[in-house]
Design a protein around this ligand. Structure first.
Ligand code: NOJ
Length: 546
């Protein structure tokens, strides 16, 4: 496909990438779970929305202990979602519509049902089969204590003890996430070779890139320190960069601009940027931006840090407001504390949805006006909010059980509720009329106002705002440049910057109306402006031709 950038920059430097969480996007076969046929049928929706690429969360064969991040076959599609033939067809048809396809790769861990792990369980301690994973004897006289005191990211110990084939209590294996997700041993040449082969498998089928799951965690300190309070034994180790250097040469050996996107969830932008050194990843997700509160000062700092570090690395910035692991942005911005932390979700605290929606609209215009690529998590364009009221017995995220069923931090189900497409009652077109099962998580009745059909013809809807912004972002030459210049004269609490010769973005986070710091013709605003367009109300953004 031709590059769309006016200056012939690689497509991924400025792309708008839409994240599809397959189980919640569209259900064609009526079993209550989204599938690839559902996505195929909705590709025209994505083309009309105006995105350049789709990133699919894992679609691989999996027992679904962590919604597909426990992969049993890296070359096969889970029957829940469809078939390999359908995946190939999806890639082909997306390309026909000018949409590129990025898929998830999960290299840190696999599924406990993966043939390699099953073989390791059946083999003896010290065997070559166990060498692909982290098997160790336990501590204490009878080996009853785990080899280290490391905790898993979902809560609970990061080690599980197995029963040996002869029935005796045996070794322990490492899993930084759920017990169903054993960690690979990345010093093992067979593991490295296997993943290179998996990347080739999908590149050969037309995949335009990979989103690399848990990318900072692959390599562990072989000494396995018993205590590791700052997590340096398994986070961000230097040897992990060798892996990405070899993946980069592999990706760059394919035509058409294949991209490697790192999920490197580190709080420190300097550490993040190390994954962008020449010959490593093309881009990484901008979690510092996602976690930032809706406040001018911190946002300005994170934007400046991002641009400075990415420019130095020669990589494009990315801008992310939400994904399948975090509370939806409308809800976050409607709370008193608008920052986000994965282990402190604040469920149950008051949410002002009208305020959150106003801010999310302004944030969308801020995000899409910044230079670099942007991510849109499905439903963000519909202004969906976090569904906090999911009955406990329906929760499926392993975080819920493993972190002790904490109602204030119940896990990630609330941002994974199936999308509303049309109609007045659930399943809102997510599943077909003859469906045999309800959506896998219940949709709020009030989402009848958020359906695609309800928003499509409404000039003031979130969907219309996203469609218009994406179209302008794609077509305005000023937004194809990679430079941003702040208007330092903007009032306190206002973010204002120029792109190119005649584009200005102004975002008012000051809490009261402000005069526009620059004259210009509004191209798009996130909310009503004062009648003469001279004043910008609070929590509102405007794009100006100036
Ligand atoms: C990050 C993914 O985004 C998340 O959904 C998953 O649970 C963990 N990695 C483990 O694969």
């Amino acid at each position: 496909m031709p590059d769309s950038g006016a200056r012939e920059l690689p497509w991924w430097r400025s792309a708008a990438i839409y994240q599809i969480y397959p189980r919640s996007f569209a259900d064609a076969d009526g079993d209550g779970v989204g599938d690839l046929a559902g996505v195929l049928a909705r590709l025209p929706y994505l083309a009309e929305l105006g995105v350049d690429a789709i990133w699919f969360n894992p679609w691989y064969a999996s027992p679904q202990a962590d919604a597909g991040y426990d992969v049993a076959d890296y070359r096969g599609i889970d029957p829940l979602f469809g078939t390999l033939t359908e995946a190939e067809e999806l890639i082909r048809q997306a390309h026909t519509l000018g949409i590129r396809v990025v898929i998830d790769v999960v290299p840190n861990h696999t599924s406990d049902q993966h043939p390699w792990f099953q073989a390791a369980l059946a083999a003896a301690p010290g065997s070559p089969e166990r060498a692909r994973f982290w098997f160790r004897p336990g501590r204490g006289p009878a080996g009853t204590l785990p080899p280290t005191d490391w905790q898993g990211f979902f809560g609970g110990p990061a080690w599980t003890r197995i029963t040996e084939p002869d029935g005796t209590p045996g070794e322990w294996y490492l899993h930084l996430f759920a017990p169903e997700q054993p960690d690979f041993h990345w010093e093992h040449p067979g593991v490295r070779a296997e993943f290179e082969s998996v990347l080739r498998f999908w590149f050969d089928r037309g995949a335009d890139g990979f989103r690399i799951d848990s990318a900072a965690l692959l390599v562990k300190d072989p000494a396995l320190p018993v205590s590791d309070p700052d997590e340096r034994a398994y986070t961000d180790r230097e040897e992990v960069h060798e892996v990405y250097r070899s993946w980069r040469s592999l990706a760059d050996s394919y035509p058409g601009g294949r991209v490697l996107i790192g999920e490197v969830w580190l709080p420190d932008p300097e550490r993040l940027a190390r994954y962008l050194r020449p010959g490593e990843m093309h881009t990484v997700f901008n979690f510092p931006y996602l976690e930032c509160p809706w406040e001018a000062g911190p946002l300005r700092t994170v934007i400046d840090d991002t641009l400075r570090l990415h420019e130095a690395a020669g990589a494009p910035a990315t801008w992310v407001l939400s994904n399948h692991d975090v509370d939806r942005v409308v809800t976050r911005y409607g709370r008193a504390d608008t920052s986000f932390a994965i282990y402190a979700r604040h469920h149950g605290r008051p949410v002002d949805l009208a305020l959150g929606t106003r801010r999310a609209r302004a944030a969308a215009l801020l995000t899409q006006a910044l230079p670099g690529s942007v991510y849109i998590y499905q439903g963000e364009e519909l202004g969906l909010w976090e569904v906090e009221a999911i009955p406990d017995e329906l929760r499926q995220d392993p975080m819920w059980e493993r972190s002790g069923r904490n109602p204030a931090n119940p896990g990630r189900d609330g941002c994974r509720v199936p999308l509303p497409w049309h109609g007045d009652t659930t399943p809102f077109g997510f599943s077909p009329e003859q469906a045999t099962a309800a959506p896998w998580l219940p949709q709020p009745e009030s989402w009848k106002e958020c359906t695609v059909a309800a928003q499509a013809a409404d000039p003031d809807s979130m969907l219309t705002l996203y469609r218009t912004a994406l179209r302008l972002r794609r077509t305005l030459p000023d937004l194809r440049t990679e430079q941003l210049d702040w208007l330092e004269a903007a009032p306190t609490g206002v973010l204002a910057f120029r792109r190119g010769a005649a584009f200005t973005c102004v975002v008012n986070l000051s809490g009261h109306a402000v005069p526009l710091p620059v004259a210009g013709t509004p191209l798009l605003a996130s909310g009503p402006l004062a009648p003469d367009a001279a004043g910008l109300p609070p929590d509102t953004a405007v794009w100006l031709r100036s």
